[in-house]
Write a protein that binds this ligand. Structure first.
Ligand code: SAM
Length: 318
């Protein structure tokens, strides 16, 4: 990790908060209503952070033999071709993966908690036929969980954007125990909870394009908890200095369940997005310790400026 001498913690940014309504790691210039495409961001530092922690959550739940359902409310297309990451709409873009998975690809010094994630991504990339030195095929959250799922686990994947959802369906065609839903992912709480297994991991990973996203997140988590109090809920969100969080921070503080926030600040001085975070309600046993190991390594490996740091802390309760 780099210096810990950061005057403002990401949690202060989180709580104090005028957070951006956009997860793009530069200043958000998108007009509202433009469809978010994760392909441009696939494999960036935010994906690495989220997916490395997702693997830890899955492994922790799999310490018990009993199966669980993985619900991905904003699933994306399941896999991404990084060689096309800079193309796809009317303008060229700087690909983001070199600052994320690209930074880790050639390193051999990761702790076991990160090696686990890297091993999955490398094996997936090779299995899809990439023989080059740099990564090409990057698994999204549904595919990462699909690689980890045991016969007793199942997945419910929600994706609203029709083309993305069609790709997701193709990705999982023929895979039993995987449901793909072309619908608003916030409806997953009502449709999927409580699960018959009485065990669930729910990932909420919205694009944060619209200011009302925060209140939708809070409302859907409130609904989820009222339907299934003991589920594990993980919410990704951006850390910036300029957005609103709606009622989400309040909701988390008063959730009535143990919660923690893992945060990675890669560029404390950034005008836009300084880093990102994952709030986890009902974190499984040992997750906090493992997340600390992941973040210690990622803060160093993914730093973009002086003072990059990671932390895991309990969410303040009231
Ligand atoms: N979870 C994915 C991963 O880690 O690989 C990335 C998801 S990406 C950040 C967000 C996705 O949510 C996009 O594919 C977008 O089309 C989709 N989306 C946006 N609004 C949605 C909604 N209300 N319900 C479901 N999906 C939505």
């Amino acid at each position: 990790m780099q210096s810990a001498q950061i005057p403002t913690s990401a949690w202060d940014i989180f709580i104090g908060a005028r957070l951006s309504d956009c997860r793009v790691p530069v200043q958000c210039k998108k007009p509202k209503g433009v469809n978010y495409r994760h392909a441009f961001h696939a494999g960036n530092y935010a994906d690495v952070f989220k997916h490395a922690l997702l693997v830890r959550l899955a492994r922790a739940l799999q310490r018990k033999e009993k199966g669980f359902v993985f619900v991905d409310t904003h699933a994306g297309r399941g896999r991404y071709d990084l060689s096309r990451a800079a193309r796809g709409d009317s303008r060229e873009r700087e690909p983001e993966w070199p600052g994320g998975i690209g930074r880790l690809w050639g390193r051999g010094d990761a702790p076991p908690e990160v090696r686990d994630y890297l091993g999955l991504v490398r094996a997936f990339d090779r299995s899809r036929g990439n023989l080059a030195q740099e990564p090409r095929f990057y698994p999204g959250s549904p595919r990462i969980m699909g690689l980890l799922a045991r016969p007793q686990d199942r997945m419910e994947l929600w994706e609203k954007q029709p083309a993305e959802c069609a790709a997701l369906r193709r990705e999982f065609s023929g895979e039993r125990r995987v449901g793909v839903h072309a619908a608003d992912g916030y409806g997953a709480m009502r449709a999927c909870l409580p699960p018959p297994e009485r065990r669930a991991l729910v990932l909420v990973d919205p694009p944060f394009e619209a200011p009302e996203e925060w209140s939708q997140v809070a409302a859907s988590l409130a609904e989820a908890m009222s339907r299934f109090q003991s589920g594990t809920y993980a919410v990704w969100f951006p850390l910036t200095g300029r957005a609103r969080m709606g009622g989400f921070a309040d909701w988390l503080g008063g959730a009535g369940a143990p919660s923690l926030v893992a945060e990675l600040v890669v560029e404390p001085q950034a005008e836009g997005m300084a880093g990102c975070a994952l709030a986890v309600v009902n974190p499984p046993w040992l997750f906090a310790e493992e997340a600390r190991s992941v973040l210690g390594y990622l803060a160093d490996a993914l730093a973009r400026g002086q003072g990059a740091h990671g932390s895991v802390r309990e969410a303040a309760s009231r």
